[in-house]
Design a binder for this molecule. Structure first.
Ligand code: NAD
Length: 507
């Protein structure tokens, strides 16, 4: 884009997305956009869209809505620096594709989805070290990682054109979220895509524990035939106590009832039961009445150590205990005591207070002095934090995070971000030809709205939404009747406001 252009009149329709859309690189924080179907603008929340059964609904809803949406593209001022490597090309346009770096073997469907949006995607199986990130990430506008790549303040400072980070996993501890937000970088993750996988694992564990399947299998591997029925039970008619009736706990409740179990649950929030489950008033009441107790709470100060010697003592004799939530929620020394004494008949543990950083030997006393004790116990199922590790969950995570990245890059939508205020606007439609969208990340200070509205005041503000989270605020506004020649001035004026962190204009 070497000189002023006319605003695109909308020959582009949702059903016929353009083959290429000009996309700026973004060393100083101007909008970056890719050619993609605008249907994402209309999709339901990405979390809903990837829940079981939700994908199909989301798609058909998107398809229906897509007919009216207008493809947005990015404003690029003439002063914009030419990206490195573009100087020698036939048309040094100061434009380039949005470049996305995917690390840690992110699901191939997600990579293909992002490529299909018109982004340039580099896909690596390994994690990058801090030094590698500092060397390579500055050339990218977005990065997708899992849990091993650390996005530190040093990395963020080295990447002025980075717009968004996708954590293709549950946790976001590997990213300095505040530092990212202060640099206008939104971070997305996928906290609930693997709920079903965890719930199914718990069902498998309940049956395996009550039938001592792991012990029988170990004996057979050792050449021992041990046909016993003593201490082996059907699960029908037994009571399952669920601590934490959220995404996983509530799905588990439905599955368990279909096996004929009675379900009771304890949660700090009053939550409407599914099926014939019953909420109980206290943890003690639940522990005293359950044949199986399973934890599905977050790791927060209130829950750390919530299962200790006292709580195991309150459980029924011969009951079973399952933890697929977070390692610090349980005192594993106390669990070892309860199993060694025969108070509990078995347990399943998927998560540990300290976990090895990589696959291979390493599950030993360095992680806690209770580990050697646990390794010797019968009817104890131990798994390496695989509760959510299924092909389906990986696909769902890939779908959710890739969609969130696309929506943010292309439409400014921050719904689902963990470090940003969540802001969205309904689509600019095909009829709204001279509309532009302002996406303005700024410090949360008084007077910003007044300043921005003074800049936009000469135009009709069709819709506007602003929200804040801590130090950071995010404003989206659609304004109409804007000629291309005016766009640069609007951009420069907003960018020049006192609290500006990042301004992107989409038109
Ligand atoms: N093992 C794995 O691979 C794996 C996979 C996914 C999730 N998880 C973990 O499972 C846990 C549950 O996940 P989720 O998606 O169902 O979470 P969620 O946020 O949907 O539900 C958690 C529930 O716990 C309740 N809660 C909070 N504090 C409580 C307390 N002190 N006592 C009782 N209830 C309390 C909340 O009100 C909420 O209903 C989390 O710790 C998550 O990290 C583990």
């Amino acid at each position: 884009m070497s000189g002023p252009q006319k605003i695109r009149r909308s020959s582009v329709s949702a059903s016929e997305p353009p083959k290429t859309i000009p996309i700026p690189t973004n060393p100083s924080g101007i909008a970056s956009m890719a050619g993609q179907s605008p249907s994402a603008q209309f999709s339901t929340s990405p979390r809903l869209a990837t829940s079981p059964g939700g994908t199909a609904l989301g798609r058909s809803f998107q398809q229906a809505a897509a007919a009216n949406a207008r493809q947005l593209t990015a404003f690029l001022p003439p002063t914009y620096p030419i990206p490195e490597g573009d100087e020698g090309t036939a048309t040094p346009t100061r434009q380039g594709k949005v470049r996305i770096l995917l690390l840690e073997n992110i699901n191939i469907d997600a990579a293909n989805f992002l490529k299909a949006q018109g982004y340039e995607v580099d896909h690596f199986t390994k994690a990058f070290s801090e030094d590698e990130l500092i060397a390579k990430l500055p050339a990218y506008h977005a990065i997708g990682i899992r849990s091993k790549t650390k996005i530190t303040p040093k990395v963020i400072d080295a990447c002025p054109q980075l717009l968004v980070i996708g954590c293709f996993c549950i946790g976001t501890n590997q990213v300095d979220l505040q530092h990212a937000a202060r640099h206008g970088i939104a971070v997305f993750n996928s906290p609930f895509s693997n709920s079903r996988s965890v719930a199914e694992l718990v069902i498998g564990e309940i049956i395996s524990l009550s039938r001592q399947l792991v012990d029988r299998t170990s004996e057979m591997r050792a050449g021992i035939w041990n046909k016993v029925s003593k201490g082996c039970w059907e699960i029908r008619g037994k009571t399952l106590g669920i601590v934490g009736y959220g995404h996983i706990g509530s799905q588990l409740s439905v599955l368990a009832e279909s096996f004929g179990m009675n379900v009771i649950y304890y949660d700090v929030m009053p939550i409407m039961p599914l099926g014939t489950a019953n909420q109980v008033a206290t943890l003690d009441e639940m522990l005293a009445n359950s044949d199986f107790v399973t934890l599905h709470v977050p790791e927060i100060p209130d829950t750390i150590g919530m299962m200790g010697p006292e709580q195991f003592a309150q459980m029924k004799d011969g009951a079973y205990f399952i933890n697929n939530a977070r390692g610090k929620v349980v005192d594993l020394g106390a669990l070892a005591d309860a199993l060694e004494s025969g108070k509990l008949a078995g347990a399943a543990v998927d998560v540990f207070p300290k976990e090895p950083g990589s696959n291979g030997p390493g599950f030993n006393e360095t992680l806690g002095d209770f580990i050697p004790r646990l390794r010797k116990l019968p009817n104890l199922i131990m798994t390496p934090h695989v509760g959510g590790s299924t092909e389906e969950a990986q696909r769902a995570i890939g779908n959710e995070v890739a969609t969130a990245l696309t929506r943010y890059l292309n439409y400014g939508t921050s719904i689902g971000s963990v470090n940003f205020p969540e802001v969205d606007l309904r689509a600019i439609t095909a009829d709204d030809e001279a509309h532009i969208r302002v996406c303005h990340v700024h410090r949360n200070e008084p007077g910003v709205l007044r300043a921005i509205n003074a800049i936009l005041g000469g135009h009709n503000i069709e819709k506007q939404f602003s929200d804040s989270k801590g130090d950071i605020a995010y404003l989206m506004a659609d304004i109409s009747g804007v000629q291309y020649e005016e766009v640069k001035d609007i951009y420069e004026a907003i960018k020049g406001t006192r609290a500006n962190i990042l301004t992107r204009l989409l038109y």
